[in-house]
Design a protein around this ligand. Structure first.
Ligand code: PEP
Ligand code: MG
Length: 879
């Protein structure tokens, strides 16, 4: 029989065992190997987590048995006894997945305390206050994370006590107060749970390990995983580690450290600490911590040792580290290390610096930046002119850079709801907690009253690239009255505020923003990505403005222009409507004649913005009724324009109704019915190209793309119109201009008959939006409503409209690539669905052998980096 090991001592593992031990566990083992002072402990593996779920959410006997054995080992190493009457061993319990996941259960400290061991601890340390302080923290954490009794209940009890004693700080409560607090906490616990607080340390431990495993499946963790491409099947590990105490008095303390500044990337240790405190005090932001430089004054030797360990760890991992440490009665311990989360600015500076310092190769540096993060660098900053008049109403810590402006929202749920209704909001909280994740994602920016640079709000906001100002103690938030007071002015949920996440400034008004530039470290870094990648990156753009933007972001051409998007404007839509409701070819041609110059002008603008880069322009695609008037006044106006009876027009509109428009009269089907539309669009595309060639001397080779083809004869029918029209225009012009005609592959039938279609099509562009819709049979517009049930039931873990479904939709892409190349070996292949801007999908398209991906302008840098990373991981021959 297979004999699996579910528990590993820190002395048994190393950094390479991350999949099994989780990031935290693998690093604790690695640090143990490096001889860094680590309180010893063990890791319950991710396989034990998977087993827990496979066994129907029970912790197997054999796992419990291994935990017991490992505990005995730790007792031996520390010389302490778990639950002992002398020298009791206390432990911390922490979750630790392969990738760090703030959505999960975090930490339980001081486990092993009960009514007896607390007395022993008090006696042996001669510090009753410390012992009871530790016990009350344990009860609170255990109740919160294991038994799901909200933390705030305990905070209220504590606040009452402080009020009754007339004190402000937790540290001002004495031993007797804390004893009384413990009594009250336990009483509350047993009332809330209908059972006494568990006194058996082993039971406490098993319950806690189980709770960590359970937390892998809590709603927050599921949301976080979906957002960060973390598969459910990875599971989490649990780390059990002997406690050291930062709250043993004035020679003890605890803190968090980054080996470089996580906000700016500056090569200088950035750390904060608190004396006489436990880790949660620093992270929860209840007390504002000191900068580490203070430690050099208080304990110079400890400070020196600290600096040297930080340096060792950074050099060892060859990346910026995020560490936790504790000083127990003058002795320094490290509790964990990991590659630190950082802002996009910091990520780029660190990547470029690490290469310059010779610590990383360019390839290694390219792999260190999450492509999704680049997005934050591309979004607007405050307009300098608008800033001249802006009034700073408060200042907090610059926790996550960027500029944000919006109305005030007081809870995460409210933020989410208002954003869904189209508002822009700033989430204003005393402090945030993991439950707030969805509101934090939705908000433009986050402002907290409490907490340092490493508070929950700061860490999560930096991870998401959302602007955040933390620890803004000068404002008063009244959640009940829904007001924010800054100076003597009150702000409500209808008032705008603005945040500058780089300075920590808060402004009491809406401030205009401006577009960003790619330069400095960003420019250097992206140039490395371009050196490496083989997949080209184009953009989806329908206007000269967006095209210019995309070219600035590095787009190498246009992969998709949706021509219909140009006709939603008020000045344009009447001509379009006229075309749609025309009853005769003559009437339609008349309307098309009005449209032609508008399209031509748009295309000229786009060609000019591209400065000779290629452009794929797609023929009219959407169901026509999208353009029809619905308001009575518009209908009356259109009837008048067309010299038609209102009722006649209404009848036409009714006749255009479709039950299933997404599968109705759209795409190339429109051109089959109305070839004159294809004719007009060909004319606009070709004439515009000829004119720009002449006027600007640009060598333009238009790519005309037919959408929604499912059958080669359909393709041929329209292509013949295109070729006939284009050739005659070109001939007339006396120029020698080339062009190509291709199709989108967005219907499963097209994918599986791609060999036939390639006889006519000179290029394929995969329209993975429709291809996903038609392969799953999920409506693009409605799937969001029921997919959440699929996530909950783990039928699907990701939205297939965001991240390409490699098994089904991806298989069709592979088939079409293979068949298309069989007929036409040099066929050009690209993708223009939304997936072209999703990193894991880009990797898939790289592996599939496509020539390019095309995505919205703001995703171009992301796709460039994702393409480089794909090439580093899965090298493809450079053409
Ligand atoms: C697609 O279907 O993937 C596509 C790019 O076209 P549209 O989104 O315009 O249907
Ligand atoms: Mg489509």
């Amino acid at each position: 029989m297979e004999n699996k090991q579910y528990v590993y001592l820190f002395t048994e593992g190393n950094a390479k065992m991350k999949n099994l031990l989780g990031g935290k566990g693998a690093n604790l083992a690695e640090m143990t190997g490096l001889g860094i002072p680590i309180p010893q402990g063990f890791t319950v593996t991710t396989e034990a987590c998977n087993k827990y779920y496979n066994d129907g959410r029970v912790l197997a006997q054999e796992v419990k048995e291994e935990i017991r054995k490992a505990m005995a080992n730790i007792e031996e190493v520390t010389g302490k006894t778990f639950g002992g009457q002398t020298n009791p061993l206390l432990v911390s319990v922490r979750s630790g997945a392969r990738a760090s996941m703030p959505g999960m259960m975090d930490t339980i400290l001081n486990l092993g305390l009960n009514d007896e061991t607390v007395e022993v601890l008090a006696r042996e340390t001669g510090n009753e206050r410390f012992a009871y302080d530790s016990y009350r923290r344990f009860i609170q954490m255990f109740a919160d994370v294991v038994m799901e009794i909200e933390k705030k209940n305990f905070e209220h009890i504590m606040d009452h006590m402080k009020e009754a004693k007339g004190v402000h700080l937790d540290t001002e409560l004495d031993a007797n107060d804390l004893k009384e607090l413990v009594r009250k906490f336990k009483e509350f616990y047993s009332r809330a749970k209908g059972q006494e607080f568990p006194q058996d340390p082993e039971e406490q431990l098993i319950e806690s390990v189980t709770a960590v495993f359970r937390s892998w499946d809590n709603p927050r963790a599921n949301v976080y995983r979906r957002l960060n491409d973390i598969p459910y099947s990875w599971g989490t590990a649990v780390n059990v580690q002997a406690m050291v105490f930062g709250n043993k008095g004035e020679t003890s303390g605890t803190g968090v450290a980054f080996s470089r500044n996580p906000s700016t990337g500056e090569d200088k240790i950035f750390a904060e600490y608190l004396m006489n405190a436990q880790g949660e005090d620093v992270v929860a932001g209840i007390r504002t911590p000191f900068p580490i430089e203070e430690l050099n004054k208080q304990m110079p030797e400890v400070y020196q040792q600290f600096v040297s360990i930080v340096d060792t760890l950074e050099k060892h991992y060859r990346d910026m580290q995020d560490m936790e440490f504790t000083i127990e009665e003058g002795k320094l311990y490290f509790l964990q290390t990991r590659n630190g989360k950082r802002t996009a600015q910091a990520a780029l500076k660190i990547a470029v610096d690490l290469v310059e310092e010779g610590l990383n190769t360019k390839e290694e540096a390219l792999l260190k930046v999450d492509p999704k993060q680049l997005d934050t660098l591309l979004h607007p900053a405050f307009d300098e002119a608008a800033m001249q008049n802006a009034q700073v109403i408060a200042q907090g810590l610059p926790a996550s850079p960027g500029a944000a402006t919006g109305k005030i929202a007081f809870t995460a749920a409210e933020a989410k709801e208002r954003v869904e209704k189209g508002e822009k909001v700033i989430l204003v909280r005393l402090e945030t907690s993991p439950e707030d994740i969805e509101g934090m994602i939705a908000a433009e920016g986050i402002l907290t009253v409490r907490g340092g640079m490493t508070s929950h709000a700061a860490v999560v906001a930096r991870g998401m690239g959302t602007c955040c100002v933390a620890g803004c103690g000068s404002i008063v938030v009244n959640e009940a009255n829904r007001t924010v007071k800054a100076g003597d002015k009150l702000y409500t949920d209808q008032d705008y505020i603005s945040l500058d996440g780089s300075t920590g400034n808060v402004y009491g008004a809406q401030i205009a923003t401006v577009d960003p530039e790619i330069s400095g470290d960003f420019g250097t870094f992206m140039s490395w990505a371009d050196e490496v990648r083989v997949l080209k990156v184009r953009t989806n753009s329908d206007t000269p403005h967006d095209t210019e933007q995309a070219v600035r972001f590095g787009a190498e051409g246009i992969g998709l222009t949706r021509t219909e998007h140009m006709f939603f404007g008020e000045d344009r839509i009447p001509a379009m409507r006229e075309m749609i409701v025309s009853r005769t070819v003559e009437a339609r041609k008349k309307a098309l004649d009005k449209i032609l110059p508008m399209q031509k002008a748009d295309f000229k603008g786009i060609y000019e913005a591209l400065e000779g880069r290629p452009a794929t322009i797609r023929f009219l695609d959407p169901p026509l009724h999208e353009f029809l008037p619905t308001h009575e006044s518009d209908i009356v106006a259109l009837a008048k324009d067309m010299e038609m009876e209102v009722q006649e027009l209404k009848d036409i509109i009714t006749s255009l109704h479709e039950f299933n428009p997404m599968m109705g009269h759209r795409g190339c089907r429109l051109a089959v019915t109305y070839p004159e539309i294809a004719e007009m669009q060909t004319r606009a595309i070709i004439e515009a190209a000829l004119e720009v060639r002449k006027e600007k001397g640009l060598n333009i080779v238009p790519e005309l793309m037919i959408p929604l083809v499912g059958e080669v004869k359909e393709m041929k029918y329209i292509k013949d119109i295109v070729v006939r029209t284009a050739d005659s225009i070109i001939k007339q012009s006396g120029e020698d201009m080339k062009y190509s005609v291709g199709t989108m592959i967005e219907i499963p039938r097209a994918a599986i008959t791609a060999d036939e279609i390639a006889r006519e099509a000179e290029f394929f562009s995969f329209g993975t939006n429709d291809l996903t819709q038609m392969t799953f049979g999920f409506s693009r517009d409605d799937a969001g409503n029921f997919l959440k049930d699929y996530y909950e039931k783990k039928i699907y873990e990701f939205d297939p409209f965001q991240k390409v479904d490699q098994t089904g939709v991806g298989r069709l892409v592979e088939i079409a690539v293979e068949l298309g190349r069989k007929t036409r070996p040099d066929i050009k292949l690209g993708v223009c669905g939304e997936h072209g801007g999703d990193p894991s999908s880009v990797e898939f398209f790289h592996k599939t052998g496509l020539d390019y991906v095309s995505c919205s302008p703001f995703r171009v840098p992301l796709a460039r980096l994702a393409a480089a990373q794909a090439q580093i991981k899965f090298p493809r021959e450079k053409k």
